[in-house]
Design a protein around this ligand. Structure first.
Ligand SMILES: [Zn+2]
Length: 205
């Protein structure tokens, strides 16, 4: 189930474009592949007002979706991308917030964070691409007896390819395609490669 009903998605896109989270141009990604879009979600959290706004929308979407007696006790996110996201979503819901992090490669709760058996948890992440980190958090928390209610994200880049087995609500679905340099039309057109993160172009996608 996705919450993006058109209007929300358009507004989310406007905010992400305005803050430079989404950029349009000609980029070489860290994978070496080329793309006409670049996304750096950390730049959303550079702006607390917009971050709070988007996380609050996600919280409302979950409140609409879940029955009152099913509402979350805790919001959890994987470090690093999910830390601020979980914090802001938890604040909007008025519940606790924790984050999970990798220790020797294994997702774990540290810093005194804990989950009691039966606690209802929402798992959030800023951008979901493969869903790997979110899945690890779900398994970790279930292993502690948590009832995982759903997954929330600002941006879903999975192209619908993920099934977490619980409700998945994102504010924006975004298909960011990339290709090998030898297949790059932008290179053939002589478009200069832009450094991701530079503020060269704005505009829609
Ligand atoms: Zn290129």
């Amino acid at each position: 189930m996705r919450v993006n009903d058109g209007r929300d998605e358009e507004e989310t896109l406007e905010i992400l474009n305005r803050l430079g989270v989404l950029q349009t141009g000609h980029f070489r990604l860290t994978s070496g592949r080329h793309s006409d879009r670049y996304m750096q979600c950390a730049k959303l959290f550079e702006h607390p007002t917009e971050s709070a706004e988007l996380c609050s929308r996600l919280a409302s979407a979950f409140n609409d979706k879940l029955r009152r007696n099913e509402r979350a006790d805790v919001v959890a996110g994987p470090a690093l991308g999910g830390i601020i996201m979980a914090y802001e979503t938890a604040r909007a819901l008025g519940v606790r917030n924790i984050f999970a992090e990798r220790e020797n490669g294994v997702m774990t709760l540290r810093r005194g964070f804990r989950i009691e058996p039966g606690e209802r948890v929402l798992v959030v992440e800023d951008v979901v691409t493969t869903g790997g980190s979110v899945m690890e958090v779900i398994q970790l928390l279930r292993g502690m007896g948590a009832d995982v209610l759903g997954v929330g994200a600002v941006v879903d880049r999975s192209n619908g390819g993920i099934d977490f087995g619980v409700d998945f609500i994102s504010l924006l679905s975004l298909d960011v395609t990339s290709w090998e340099e030898r297949d790059c039309k932008l290179c053939r057109d002589g478009a200069p490669i832009m450094k991701p993160g530079s503020r060269a172009t704005a505009g829609g996608i």
